[in-house]
Ligand binder design. Structure first.
Ligand code: HAM
Length: 425
């Protein structure tokens, strides 16, 4: 790897790509504001405890993927691997009264030490929402509706909404026992991860993608069949409200999601990008979320909420596959080619005047004092529509030559009139 390359799984993002990122961000603001959510920016760096405590010690994220280090004061700090834990910490810090609701959205970089692959990065970005303090299934349906609204608005079509439930905490012992009893006789033929999960976090076995394990998983009991009545009713209400909203979904009885804080509703939106020349087909979750119950570090009051996060790189991959990709605009609409020592400062001044008086025109001044030929080559490369040529003669006569790059026509314009002339064009 060259010393100038970014670290594996991270990238430099240049214009025009940044234009697509801006579309994802401004659309998020527009849509989430319409649902009454407000933006929250939490720090990228948090005390490690914020994540270990909230995401669950046995999750892959906490066990294998966090970027954790000791700072100079010997504190254990972590680059956030996801957004929910920080949002909950911030809300707990701000103070939330019993019965109050906080509805908030965020976007920004997240960090997970995963093996980089198509759609899997070490520094990736999420756009997410959290509705905290509400405990009704109608809120789950609205959050899912918001996600589908957002995906549609950013041109991510054809996603499959997968829905399941994790039930209530009191369902866990029953579910765990039934799953352990089912998997124990088969565990010898299952992968190392599944072996590790049997005693520590058995429901995560259901998520395993290993084909041999999948065959065994296919015969496992459905966790939703094992739930108490309250959990079953909750899921039925979420389904009913999605039906009312006309949002299609598929019940995915094996979907458990990788974080321990979930109760009741869990969901993902799965997208397949078809194979193209030199690129295999990929299927991934563009977004995932669910209802959670978290006791923030340093507190003894559980906080309940529902939210989702979408991976922005993945959203951009799907958009690009659908032909939605920004193209680079011309770097300059007008270039000022100044020739000679005296003309350069005048060119600088003229460019500044044009930027303030001609709205959103892109104006670039060439300060290199290179030959006219060399400066014209640059103007062509920039895609400039007009070049203003300002040499010593022009300066002496207080004029400027306006060259139209589309037909190479030129006219001499008094310096005092040039802004007016360009405005009329
Ligand atoms: P998550 O499923 O871990 O959930 O991540 C959400 C989304 O982030 C994924 O669906 C995927 O699009 C993207 N993502 C995750 N890891 C990577 C990666 N290594 N590279 C690229 N994209 C990735 C959460 O993070 C929860 N906090 C979501 C949530 C919010 N649940 C409730 N509220």
């Amino acid at each position: 790897m060259a010393a100038t390359e970014p670290l594996p799984g991270t990238s430099d993002i240049w214009e025009p790509e940044t234009l697509d990122w801006t579309i994802l961000e401004t659309t998020a603001r527009d849509i989430f504001h319409r649902y009454g959510y407000s933006e929250l920016r939490t720090p990228i760096l948090e005390r490690t405890d914020v994540f270990v405590h909230n995401l669950g010690e046995t999750t892959d994220v906490v066990q294998k993927e966090m970027y954790t280090f000791q700072d100079r004061g010997n504190r254990s700090l972590t680059l956030r691997p996801e957004g929910t834990a920080g949002v909950i910490r911030a809300i707990a810090n701000h103070g939330i009264n019993q019965g109050d609701e906080v509805r908030t959205f965020y976007f920004g970089p997240m960090f997970r030490g995963e093996r980089p692959a198509a759609g899997r990065r070490r520094q990736f970005h999420q756009v997410g929402v959290e509705a905290v303090g509400s405990d009704t299934p109608w809120m789950d349906a609205e959050v899912i509706a918001m996600l589908m609204h957002y995906l549609e608005a950013v041109g991510v079509k054809g996603g499959k909404l997968l829905l399941n439930s994790r039930g209530l905490p009191q369902d866990r012992p029953v579910v765990n026992q039934a799953l352990q009893e089912y998997f124990r006789p088969h565990i010898g033929c299952m992968c190392e991860d599944c072996k590790n999960r049997l005693e520590r976090n058995v429901s995560r076995i259901l998520d395993c993608k290993n084909p041999d394990c999948q065959q065994i998983i296919a015969g496992a009991p459905l966790i939703t069949d094992l739930f108490c009545d309250e959990s079953k009713k909750y899921l039925a209400k979420v389904q009913l409200s999605l039906d009312r909203l006309g949002i299609p979904y598929e019940v995915a009885p094996r979907l458990v999601r990788g974080l321990d804080y979930y109760i009741h509703t869990v969901f993902e939106v799965e997208v397949t990008i078809p194979a193209t020349e030199g690129q295999d087909a990929v299927t991934f979750a563009v977004a995932g979320g669910g209802r959670y119950q978290i006791v923030p570090a340093g507190s003894n009051k559980p906080v309940e909420g529902i939210g989702f996060a979408a991976g922005m790189e993945r959203l951009l991959m799907v958009r690009a596959a659908n032909g939605l990709k920004s193209i680079a605009p011309a770097e300059a609409d007008v270039m000022i080619a100044a020739l000679g020592e005296a003309a350069v400062p005048k060119g600088l001044q003229l460019a500044q005047q044009m930027r303030s008086m001609l709205g959103n025109l892109r104006v670039k001044a060439d300060f290199s004092s290179r030959s006219l030929k060399a400066q014209m080559r640059t103007a062509n490369k920039l895609g400039a529509r007009y070049v203003l040529i300002l040499g010593e003669n022009e300066l002496a006569n207080q004029v400027v030559v306006l060259r139209d790059m589309t037909d190479s026509s030129q006219e001499e314009i008094p310096l005092a009139k040039i802004i007016e002339v360009l405005k009329s064009k």
